[in-house]
Design a protein around this ligand. Structure first.
Ligand code: NAD
Ligand code: IPM
Ligand code: MN
Length: 374
């Protein structure tokens, strides 16, 4: 029987609150499926690790992540370690993503449940039938280019800057991930590549490489290009126009994925997978990452932390992605998604979706449904 080692990083704010529900879901899978053995171990990461170790990513946490079969994360950050702090939790997350080579960030905004139609601030007739997956390049662009802080240079005392930098191979590999995900659907999904090629050199490279890679290696796929400003408008004005795969660079993907959560109705619903080692050649048989962090796309939500009211569904769906992508366990992954859908269909919801249930109650209901499905 294969035994999988999962490192759990609860983090800060609502992180531990949502993680505890996702851990219950994974424990339910392990208990109800004798053929699946999961070993979970928690490590300090983020602001709480700064407080304890003076480092958001202590060496022991990094090593555990490097040795793990997969990582499940809550969220990090908060006002205690704000943007002006010398050591910031967010720097630990970026360091971890880079250290593990997690270049492919998959953020599905297509969790289909018609019972959620009323939860979206967008009109139901516009939300119905939206099926969108954001594929965000995660270890390049502005996040990792050269940077100068204000006051760091005697020659430029009044200046701070960041650099958006991409290489051809970085764009090729993320385009291939998007193409493989598009091809895994039947019929294949259309790819919408998003850039700012009318202004930025890095975006002109992005557009050229996406076009060449898709045309030469995936001639069966349909694709188009959008400028990021008008794409941002479409996501809320007529999201079905972007049905399929949204392929974009790091910062645009960060912004557009939070924005896409408005369609199903809450940031608390959306999961993500950040993956390394996905096939770089189009002929590779399957999408099988060598390393992966699975986490909701939201942050530590300091405004509601400690109240037990955070929506745990994004984290629970991230656990489903973990089973599917890192372990190839499609059946329990789908069972989790079906259990979540069933609970949402009952109308019981957390506050972000207009309900009154707490995180624990949603966890209880999902675990109960899941037991019936395994
Ligand atoms: P946020 O995502 O934490 O919160 C934005 C809004 O969405 C808040 O009103 C919050 O209450 C709500 N929200 C988020 N998740 C929710 C959930 N599960 N259930 C119900 N409501 C939810 O964004 P922010 O406030 O801008 O950032 C707070 C901190 O989180 C910052 O330090 C930021 O850097 C960090 N952050 C971390 C991650 C991560 O760990 N991957 C992601 C995003 C932001
Ligand atoms: C996310 C977050 C991170 C990002 C922050 C916390 C560094 O917003 O995962 O979306 O910008 O990538
Ligand atoms: Mn973000």
């Amino acid at each position: 029987m294969p035994s999988y080692r999962i490192v759990v990083l609860p983090g800060d704010g609502i992180g531990p609150e949502v993680i505890s529900q996702a851990v219950r879901v994974l424990e339910t899978i392990a208990t109800s499926s004798p053929e699946i053995s999961l070993q979970l171990e928690s490590h300090d990461f983020g602001g709480c690790a700064i407080d304890k170790h003076g480092d958001p990513l202590p060496p022991s946490t990094l090593q555990a992540c490097q040795e793990a079969d997969a990582i499940l994360m809550g969220s990090i950050g908060g006002p205690k370690w704000g943007v002006d702090a010398k050591i910031r939790p967010e720097a630990g997350l970026l360091k971890l993503r880079k250290a593990l080579g997690l270049y492919a960030n998959i953020r599905p905004a297509n969790f289909a449940s018609d019972s959620l139609l009323d939860a979206s601030p967008i009109k139901p007739e516009l939300v119905k039938g939206v099926d969108m997956i954001v594929i965000r390049e995660l270890i390049g662009g502005l996040y990792f280019g050269a940077r100068q802080e204000l006051g760091a240079s005697a020659e430029q005392p009044d200046t701070a800057w960041d650099t958006m930098i991409y290489s051809i191979s970085e764009v090729q590999r993320i385009t291939r991930v998007a193409a493989r995900i598009a091809l895994a659907a039947n019929p294949p999904l259309e790819i919408h590549s998003i850039d700012k090629a009318n202004v930025l050199a890095a975006s002109r490279l992005w557009r050229k490489v996406v076009t060449e890679t898709l045309t030469n290696e995936f001639p069966q796929l349909k694709f188009d290009h959008h400028l990021v400003d008008s794409a941002a408008m479409l996501i809320v004005a007529n999201p079905r126009k972007l049905n399929g795969v949204i392929l974009t660079e790091n910062l645009f993907g960060d912004i557009l994925s939070d924005q896409s959560s408005v369609i199903p109705g809450s940031l608390g619903l959306l999961p993500s997978a950040s993956l390394a080692g996905a096939p770089s050649a189009p002929s590779a048989p399957d999408f099988k990452p060598t390393s992966g962090i699975y986490e909701p796309i939201h942050g530590s939500a300091p405004d509601i932390a400690g109240q037990g009211i955070a929506n745990p569904i994004g984290t629970i769906l991230s656990a489903a992605m973990l089973l599917r992508y890192s372990f190839g366990l499609e059946k329990p992954a789908k069972a989790i998604e079906d259990a979540v859908r069933k609970v949402l269909d009952t109308g019981v919801r957390t506050k972000d979706l207009g309900g009154q249930a707490g995180s624990e109650e949603i966890g209880d209901l999902i675990v109960k449904e899941l037991k019936g499905l395994l």
